[in-house]
Design a binder for this molecule. Structure first.
Ligand SMILES: NC(=O)c1ccc[n+]([C@@H]2O[C@H](COP(=O)([O-])OP(=O)(O)OC[C@H]3O[C@@H](n4cnc5c(N)ncnc54)[C@H](O)[C@@H]3O)[C@@H](O)[C@H]2O)c1
Length: 254
């Protein structure tokens, strides 16, 4: 099976590093015109220097804060009609677990904005163009934290990822008649960003070894592992798959 995206416009949120960055690299290498959104300017510059285009693939980077609906709509409107939206932005925004009664509203909202609010704005921005074209693909990056309690212990993260899974399923139901599929990939643990690296270091050597031994495939994931699943769901081969959450975790569980 060969998957290419020549002639397709792909928007990736949370693209500056880690999983989003790996997804951008995968699509650009397979011929897509990719528009990468994030609020990390240096990360976007690094990404532009790193990608290796194939089959005429191109990359445009745009700064946008997912908490700001106007910014997201403006950045996506400038792309023209979008064929594929991948919402990878999210994460725990530098936060650490603490008792729920001590979580501030600002902390709660920051994680919600990144994971769920950004998805609300980005999906609203691409759907009219997809309906006009008669089809499209939306893939969200959720987490095991969208299906069960989170390893991070961060309540807003678990809650926002559950919201993202709910939005994925509801939009699949609503948009199917327009030829638009909506699915989610739930990654296992990856050492992608300072937040996840801190979590990994907190386990200590014995805890890290135990974590790897709990994974049947006996290794942590890499951004390319997630990108491959996303590109399958974004391809013509997945045209009858919608509303699904696919764990990509080296294990039968998310
Ligand atoms: N790394 C893991 O172990 C893991 C596991 C499961 C799910 N995930 C999810 O995968 C996705 C990618 O995470 P990652 O591992 O690459 O690390 P990450 O958390 O660093 O990636 C998140 C990206 O989203 C961007 N972002 C966050 N808030 C934003 C906002 N308001 N506006 C614009 N951009 C914003 C960040 O700048 C960053 O580039 C996230 O949604 C994360 O929750 C990661």
């Amino acid at each position: 099976m060969e998957i290419y995206f020549e002639g397709k416009t792909v928007v990736v949120t949370g693209a500056a590093r880690g999983i989003g960055g790996g997804i951008v690299e995968g699509f650009v290498a397979r011929g897509a015109r990719v528009v990468a959104l994030d609020l990390l300017e240096d990360g976007l510059a690094g990404l532009a220097a790193r990608v290796v285009p194939g089959r005429g693939g191109t990359l445009e980077t745009r700064m946008a804060d997912g908490a700001n609906g106007d910014e997201v709509h403006a950045a996506i409107a400038a792309c023209g009609p979008v064929d594929v939206l991948v919402h990878a932005a999210g994460g725990v925004r530098g936060q650490a677990p603490k008792p729920f009664e001590t979580v501030s509203e600002a902390e709660w909202r920051e994680i919600y904005d990144a994971n769920a609010g950004f998805a609300f704005h980005a999906c609203q921005a691409v759907i009219p163009g997809m309906k006009q074209k008669g089809g499209g693909r939306i893939v969200t990056i959720s987490s095991g934290a969208g299906l069960k309690p989170s390893l991070t212990g961060i309540q807003a993260y678990c809650s926002a990822k559950h919201a993202l899974v709910g939005l994925t399923r509801q939009l699949a139901h609503e948009l199917g008649p327009f030829g638009i599929t909506v699915n989610s990939v739930a990654p296992g643990f990856l050492r992608t960003s300072p937040d996840y690296e801190r979590q990994w270091q907190s386990y200590g050597e014995a805890g890290q070894q135990a974590m790897i031994e709990r994974i049947p495939m006996r290794r942590l994931g890499e951004p390319a592992d997630i990108a491959h699943a996303v590109m399958f769901l974004a391809s013509d081969y997945a045209s009858w798959i919608t509303g699904q959450v696919l764990p990509v975790s080296g294990a039968p569980f998310p």
